[in-house]
Design a protein around this ligand. Structure first.
Ligand code: BEZ
Length: 218
């Protein structure tokens, strides 16, 4: 039996396919509302704290790759429990130290009200230091993918772009992205799910893989 006092896992509150909860908040680019980002892709991601080593490397990596996200019509939005003025001071330090201006918004969430709505922190957490959650939200405001990393492992910008590329490609082609797929490689077709197709595939028990799937699985 489940212990009712046990801590729910991060991301427990939302599922792929859910509508991203709307919110209005102060950010480094002014007051923002999540629903104002409809019509474009949005990556909403939390980080444990400003002025910490791993988080700083993530922001430097994202700032360096800002054009790659723009090219894909995808906005970035960061969020942490730190105050707006802490965000400003940290961005200033990043600019002075690395010569990079972080121009995407960083939301302040001092009461953890947004973090809790998204399941980025559990109701039992007393601080936010376990949070490194990423939501991929499509132009209709639907959550399409989520990742959760621990505080001591930084996210991969390349993997964030790969997930985004995969989601955009499978939407455009009504197809499936196989393991390790990157743009330029073939996508998989939805298998034809009819008994006639199954019986017609004489001596072909792997009929459901399709040509691209057979190649990829080799
Ligand atoms: C970091 O970003 O370096 C970090 C943040 C919270 C806990 C541990 C490390």
């Amino acid at each position: 039996m489940t212990d009712p006092t046990s801590r729910p896992a991060p991301c427990a509150g939302l599922r792929i396919g859910d509508q991203a909860p709307d919110f209005t908040a102060r950010s480094t680019t002014g007051q923002i509302r999540l629903s104002d980002f409809r019509g474009q892709w949005l990556i909403l991601f939390s980080h444990p704290a400003d002025f910490t080593p791993v988080c700083t490397t993530e922001f430097v990596a994202l700032a360096r790759n800002a054009a790659a996200f723009e090219k894909r019509r995808c906005a970035l939005m960061a969020l942490s429990v730190d105050s707006l003025f802490s965000h400003f001071a940290w961005l200033r330090l990043i600019r002075d130290r690395f010569g990079l201006e972080v121009r995407f918004p960083i939301v302040e969430d001092p009461t953890l009200v947004i973090g809790r709505a998204y399941g980025m922190v559990s109701a039992f957490d007393t601080d936010s230091a376990t949070v490194r959650t990423t939501f991929f939200i499509d132009p209709e405001g639907t959550i399409r993918a989520m990742t959760c990393y621990p505080a001591n492992v930084g996210r991969s910008t390349a993997e964030m772009l790969r997930i985004l590329d995969s989601l955009q490609a499978v939407d455009a082609e009504d197809a499936l992205a196989p393991a390790n797929w990157v743009p330029g490689e073939p996508l998989l077709r939805q298998p034809e799910a009819t008994l006639d197709r199954v019986y017609a595939a004489d001596g072909e028990a792997d009929w459901f893989l399709g040509d691209a799937g057979k190649k990829g699985a080799q």
